[in-house]
Design a protein around this ligand. Structure first.
Ligand SMILES: Cc1cc2nc3c(=O)[nH]c(=O)nc-3n(C[C@H](O)[C@H](O)[C@H](O)COP(=O)(O)O)c2cc1C
Length: 307
């Protein structure tokens, strides 16, 4: 049975995954934290925590809140900064079989390019995922991703400074997801990740105050799955680069829906908080489904619901 997928076919380096199951940025740290739970080398790829030029402390507490069928987070890109990542994390990843993709963010176009430039040719880093979709970064993140022109500008700036495969992560807040998908693909992205969280909030009625210290946060988990699936389906109809589906994926069935909608690979995020084994369970469930249905190659399922 062949579960391998190529998620950067246009890149000279390419990015071939043994299977389509990835972890979503910000929900799996640097991969080093969960390495004792199960054999993480079995995963298709790991996407690490969002990384900026300088270290960041993130937003005021509280930064997470549970919601019906999901959660809100306003972490605000707390991270160790790109230089510490290169010095402390990349050497560990260099010894791993599973590819690690570094998720990057910035407040300006130049900051994205500087972070991406520093990561080029660093051993242990197999790709870059550009987060132009965070609802928790003032003056960056989703502010770039809602507009096709600014989304393309960031993509182009990153593309220029790296030979690594470039994934660009889109926001569901874009008024026209197909316009942003097209613009980013034309600007040189190797793949698209859809979707980041949806902006939301919760109020503590006894305190009569917003629950999150930052007032608003990003909604993730099963609640957003139908939105994410629809956006993957839409984007897959207008671009010829791979799409990585993300948003509320908790089971193999969820993952297969995204693959049939046109995703080449998937990411699981919030599901890992309630079931740390979720990524592996998803992988095993996909294998079981293919076995039962007599499917030898995962590529036969990609976009199956579109034909
Ligand atoms: C606690 C938390 C932190 C996150 N941090 C990042 C981040 O640093 N960069 C990023 O691009 N997305 C980040 N995300 C978004 C996820 O990668 C993912 O796009 C989103 O949660 C939807 O997928 P899910 O429903 O499977 O979690 C974060 C999500 C959560 C819940």
């Amino acid at each position: 049975m062949d579960l391998s997928v190529q998620i950067a076919p246009k890149s000279p380096r390419g990015l071939l995954l043994n299977n389509p199951v990835m972890t979503a940025s910000g929900t799996f740290g640097y991969g080093t934290e969960d390495s004792h739970m199960y054999d993480i080398q079995k995963l298709g790829a790991i996407v690490c925590k969002g990384t900026t030029l300088e270290p960041r402390d993130g937003n005021p507490q509280p930064r997470v809140a549970e919601t019906a069928s999901g959660m809100l987070n306003s972490i605000g890109l707390e991270n160790i900064g790109v230089n510490a990542l290169i010095k402390e994390k990349a050497p560990v990843w260099a010894g791993w079989q599973v590819p690690v993709i570094v998720n990057i963010a910035g407040e300006t176009v130049e900051e994205h390019a500087r972070v991406a430039g520093l990561l080029d040719n660093v051993d242990g880093i197999s790709g870059i995922e550009v987060n132009i979709s965070s609802p928790n970064l003032k003056g960056g993140g989703a502010e770039f991703g809602v507009n096709p022109d600014t989304a393309a500008e960031v993509t182009e700036a990153v593309r220029k400074v790296t030979s690594l495969p470039v994934l660009v992560k889109l926001t569901p807040s874009a008024p026209d997801i197909t316009a942003v998908a097209r613009a980013v693909a034309e600007a040189g992205a190797d793949a698209l990740t859809l979707i980041n969280t949806l902006k939301g909030m919760a109020i503590d009625i006894h305190a009569r105050r917003p629950v999150l210290g930052n007032v608003t946060g990003g909604l993730s988990g099963p609640a957003i799955k139908p939105v994410a699936l629809y956006m993957v389906y839409e984007a897959a109809g207008v671009v010829d680069i791979p799409i990585i589906g993300c948003g509320g994926i908790a089971t193999a069935g969820d993952a297969l829906e995204f693959i049939m909608a046109g995703a080449t690979a998937i990411q699981a995020g919030t599901a890992g908080f309630s079931n740390p084994h979720a990524p592996l369970d998803i992988l095993e469930g996909i294998e079981l489904f293919m076995e039962k249905e007599g499917i030898d190659s995962l590529s036969d399922l990609i976009g199956a619901a579109r034909r």
